[in-house]
Design a protein around this ligand. Structure first.
Ligand code: B12
Length: 449
């Protein structure tokens, strides 16, 4: 079959993100099929897509949906209408069926099938694409395959994929140049799954809560292949890079042995670390530690179900800074139990953090299949029939979003290292300019104070 895979994402904040998921979908398709990838970041809008679809004349189109919105309570930006335009462009150019997939699709399969009017969807890992192809070719009912959703017959998230996982990275692919010219950042996965149970988080639903570890030597080989293709920085996309210390350290050691020489960054949990771990990571090329800290109030860390307290977070911060790494903390204010005193507690501790950047997200988006969803239902903030596809944010009964934002602004004073959400338009413009001038990486280290 002739298969066309399309990455729909064109959001460029905080920077353009290489469509990694499609490399895995492409890698799962047996070699007898022909696969073409189109990245909307590198295509001239719906018109360009229609032209590319006509040229490719596919038997089946896969549309990858990564984001639904920017999860920012102050400037909510939604991407569904744009995806609708892409669907119309595809429909105008081919009568072939369309399959939806991607982490955004896994969060809202029924709603997205309905809104976009596709024939199929794959909930969870796209490695099940080959099973769908087989069913279509053999004339059997795809709806019986775990994870395959069809309109009117939604699929639950299937058990984690236990077959082979192969990334097909083609250094000659046209869209790679787009990312190399804009910051030179590509991405890498070293495992799937998240064992944590943070009440607001979708990662265990999207990736499964059991860890599936990729062999460290293979991860290093892929990293080296990305470097050879021109990448100047890698982001490890794992939910929490250090949640399995033996594995993350083995990956770092494999990077060192492989001779990888480009810098990289990852999400870390500021839970208790083994001594010397950040030094090892630094030797392996780690430059940016993005801590998913969320709060610096023990009450709120407990309410969020975080697996660490403030003391551990401070120690992890100190260890990472002492190892000479750039350190940022991502904060999530406004969850259950948040009030003026927990906000102030967080901000007071934050004021004392040396050499860091803090990204404040004020207001938590409610996702289905999370504990927060249940809490919001229990508190009567939302109803069972509310459509969460269009974002609803949890409201603490004790403090409003506006007051949280006001409080953060007051306490921030003139600090440039306290950033709202991902930094907004101003920060994005500055970042784009620096990437055009040849700088690489997320570049938030320029804000460190
Ligand atoms: C790493 C990450 C980031 C990093 C990315 C760094 C980089 N260079 O890659 C950073 C920090 C930059 C980031 C930023 C943002 N992110 Co983010 N991010 C993630 C994360 C943790 C992993 C994504 C990933 O790469 N996974 C690995 C790949 C291999 O998996 P995958 O893409 O899901 O693909 C698999 C399947 O989905 C499927 N699949 C994929 N495509 C297709 C297509 C078809 C046809 C099929 C059948 C299957 C299929 O098969 C693949 C293999 O199994 C996810 C959460 C999660 N755990 O998934 C959030 C997530 C995608 N991010 C999210 C958001 C909101 C954002 C931001 C908008 C936040 C902000 N305001 O700044 C920005 C947008 C960035 C952009 N330009 O698009 C949301 C999206 C949901 C939503 N509300 O829209 C998620 C889901 C987290 C959440 N809140 O739930 N992010």
């Amino acid at each position: 079959m002739n298969i066309l895979l399309v990455s729909a994402n064109t959001f460029t904040e905080p920077y353009p993100v290489y469509p990694l998921g499609l490399d895995y979908v492409a890698g799962s398709i047996p070699g007898r099929h022909r696969v073409t990838v189109i990245d909307m970041n590198d295509t001239n809008g719906p018109q360009g897509l229609a032209a590319a679809v006509r040229t490719a004349s596919p038997d089946l189109v896969g549309l990858s949906l990564r984001n639904i919105d920017n999860t920012d309570v102050t400037s909510s930006e939604g991407f569904i209408p744009g995806y609708g335009e892409l669907m119309r462009a595809i429909r105008g150019a081919t009568p072939s069926p369309v399959v939806l997939g991607g982490c955004a699709f896994t969060l809202f399969p029924d709603a997205l099938l309905r809104e976009l009017g596709a024939e199929y969807g794959i909930v969870g890992e796209g490695e099940r694409f080959a099973a769908l192809l087989e069913a279509i070719e053999g004339g059997s009912d795809p709806g019986t395959i775990p994870g395959i959703a069809i309109p009117g017959s939604p699929a639950a998230v299937p058990p984690p994929w236990d077959g082979p996982v192969r990334r097909r990275f083609d250094p000659g692919a046209a869209h790679i140049g787009y990312y190399l010219k804009r910051g030179g950042m590509l991405n890498l996965q070293s495992k799937r799954g998240c064992p944590h149970r943070c009440i607001y988080c979708t990662y265990p639903h999207i990736e499964g809560s059991g860890l599936r570890l990729f062999p460290p030597e293979e991860v290093a080989e892929t990293a080296l292949a990305l470097q050879r293709a021109g990448a100047r920085y890698l982001f490890v996309t794992d939910a929490v890079f250090n949640c399995h210390p033996d594995h993350s350290e083995a990956v770092a050691e494999a990077f060192i042995r492989s001779g990888l020489s480009i810098p990289w960054g990852a999400y870390f949990s500021p839970a208790a670390q083994r001594g010397g771990v950040f030094e090892l990571m630094k030797r392996a090329g780690l430059t940016h530690v993005e801590f998913g800290t969320e709060s610096l109030s023990d009450t709120m860390l407990h309410n969020y179900g975080k697996p660490f307290g403030v003391e551990e977070a401070l120690r992890a911060h100190h260890d990472a800074v002492s190892a000479g790494l750039h350190v940022a903390h991502f904060m999530l204010l406004g969850g259950p139990g948040e009030d003026e005193s927990t906000v102030d507690e967080t901000l007071s501790v934050a004021e004392g953090l040396p050499r860091t950047v803090l990204f404040f997200f004020c207001g938590i988006r409610i996702y289905p299949n999370t504990r927060l969803h249940e809490i919001a239902l229990g508190e009567g903030q939302i109803g069972r029939d509310d459509d969460l596809l269009y974002p609803l944010f949890y409201r603490s009964g004790r403090i409003s979003h506006d007051r949280i934002i006001e409080r953060v602004r007051e306490r921030a004073g003139g600090r440039t290292n306290w950033v709202f959400a991902a930094g907004g338009e101003t920060m994005n413009r500055a970042l784009k300019k620096m990437h055009r001038r040849g700088h690489t990486g997320p570049l938030w280290e320029y804000l460190v104070q």
